[in-house]
Unconditional design. Structure first.
Lengths: 160, 183
């Protein structure tokens, strides 16, 4: 569901969230991680301090939940090539060491907790699988830049 | 006659067997043990889900992976996409099976049962199970893009037949013209 299909009461909170917060985040993957971070791990409810002050708490919560789903649907619908570009951009803007970030994402799979609730399970499977593949593609490209074969990644992980 | 029956019977038996096994055949690696009701609620057949299914079976991602030039990547891609495709078939199959079970229970208590409609429904359900079985088989044997590949191959063959027919028509015309001149 997109923001334009929301009830008017929630629409202003949604627009506010897009304009003030999400527009300043450079890519959808970063937006997904950010929106997931506003969700309580135990209750699954969303909370954003600024948004709750400007709007009713219920409206703010619904706006966050809708925005989270919208961003997820956009990412899940991307081609693998687009997702690799998205991940590349995310790595760049994170200012972390790319090798370390890719390794952490492959081992801990933190993107799993970034999935919103109540979305189609097949979409979730496809998204998680595509992220896994995008990580492999990026790792392969990095190894190729270093002049190593793709199979070296397996040997490197054994050596850790 | 016996040979014809045997040749016609083998595919039929295969289809019956597949439909009995359904999409649950050898799918242990991704057992969807979620509550079926929950799945039914979650899985609305909206545009996003349709786009998702298209993405699973589309060869666009496979072409992208091929361009990377890594056999290992290709292997991982094929395994991942096969897993997702099989998961979708199994989910779709279990959802419809659940709906059919509920319908059967309701039909038992119904006083004005339409027999023709029920038979039609049963036939459609059998058709669906067979399709699921065939999908599982083709995904497992040929990969998730097999159906699209088969369609592409059929088109290729039909074009080749067209070319051959065109060439043979042209050749017969030339031959006929030569015969006329000779006469």
């Amino acid at each position: 569901m997109t923001g334009s299909q929301q009830p008017l009461s929630m629409q202003s909170a949604y627009d506010d969230l897009l304009r003030r917060t999400l527009a300043n985040i450079p890519c959808d993957l970063a937006r997904l991680i950010y929106l997931a971070s506003t969700r309580d791990y135990n209750t699954g409810t969303y909370h954003h301090e600024g948004l709750s002050v400007r709007h009713r708490p219920g409206q703010a919560r619904d706006a966050l939940q809708t925005a989270h789903r919208d961003v997820f649907y956009r990412l899940a619908g991307m081609s693998l090539e687009q997702l690799v570009e998205e991940l590349e951009l995310y790595v760049r803007v994170s200012r972390e060491q790319p090798t370390g970030l890719l390794r952490t994402w492959q081992e801990l799979e933190p993107y799993r907790v970034a999935v919103p609730m109540e979305v189609d399970p097949t979409m979730v499977k496809l998204f998680l699988s595509n992220i896994k593949l995008a990580l492999e593609v990026l790792k392969h490209r990095r190894l190729r830049l270093q002049g190593l074969p793709s199979s070296a990644s397996q040997l490197l992980s054994l050596g850790r | 006659m016996i040979e014809i029956l045997v040749f016609a019977g083998i595919p039929f038996l295969l289809l019956v067997l597949l439909s009995m096994l359904g999409a649950t055949w050898n799918l242990d690696e991704d057992s969807a043990d979620e509550n079926v009701d929950e799945l039914k609620r979650l899985c609305s057949s909206d545009a996003q889900t349709a786009a998702c299914i298209q993405r699973i079976f589309s060869p666009e991602d496979r072409d992208f992976v091929d361009k990377q030039g890594s056999a290992r990547l290709r292997q991982i891609y094929r395994a991942e996409r096969t897993r997702v495709a099989l998961y979708w078939v199994k989910r779709a199959s279990s959802e419809v099976a659940h709906i059919m079970r509920e319908h059967r229970l309701a039909a038992r208590e119904s006083s004005n049962l339409e027999v023709a409609r029920e038979i039609g429904l049963t036939v459609r359900y059998a058709e669906f199970r067979i399709l699921c079985g065939m999908l599982v088989l083709s995904i497992r044997l040929l990969g998730p893009h097999a159906l699209r590949d088969l369609a592409g191959y059929a088109l290729h063959v039909s074009q080749a037949i067209g070319r051959v027919l065109e060439e043979s028509t042209a050749a017969s015309r030339i031959q006929a013209a030569g015969n006329l001149r000779g006469a």
